[in-house]
Design a binder for this molecule. Sequence first.
Ligand code: DGL
Length: 264
Amino acid sequence: MRIGVFDSGLGGLAVTQAIIRRLPEYDYLYLGDTKRVPYGNRSQETIHEFVSEALTYLFAQDCQIVILACNTASAEALRRSQQEYLPAYYPDRRVLGVLIPTVEAAFESGSVERIGLLATTSTVQSGAYSREASRLNQTATVFAQPAPLLVPLIENAGQKYLGPILDDYLAPLIDAGVDRLILGCTHYSLVKVEIRRRVSVPVLSQDEIVPEKLANYLVRHPEIEGKLGKGARRDYQVTDLAPGYADLACAMAGETIRLERVNL
Ligand code: DGL
């Protein structure tokens, strides 16, 4: 069986390739819902519906475990998927998100009271990062900044316009005196260098966190790990294949990959 990675589009390829580099032996299936991207400004109900459809597809394609690489999907649909979808349809499969590992990593080094978050508007509005942070540390506060311009900029090679936009998004977090900064969106790891240059606190980038957390999870769950195929097979599927997606996918992945179009 395979490890599935789901994202609203192509941004999740960055963390997927980081996972594959850390755990190269397993079989992977990446699914990007490029037909309906972006998720970052949609309602919770719609995101839950899209995620349920993606899970049905990925489980039918023999995924034992699915990682929601998309922060928006993790924030809006993970709990409901775990509490309603899995028990009803696939009780022996697993769905994991990226929020909890990221928040755990934020607390792992030193004392942390004020956590800064950059994320999509939906992720910020969901309050999911604040909820997860207060589960681990009741005195910590999350200062969340929606950064809706970053995804289109990164996807359209707009790096040269990044400077003033990043300065603007980061200013309230710097003013709030945050002691950690979470990059809570698939795409932001691609501009982590520019972000690190602008802040003096540790910046948590999911491509540096999620692979190790998954490796750890698989060690702690031999009943899941034992079912995974180890043929190093990788498939990359998308729900729409427009001109330019092939190049964008390679840019997100940091290497050449081949996309295949599928219907959910
Ligand atoms: N994948 C989304 C996330 O990590 C960003 C793109 C979108 O809005 O769908 O939040």
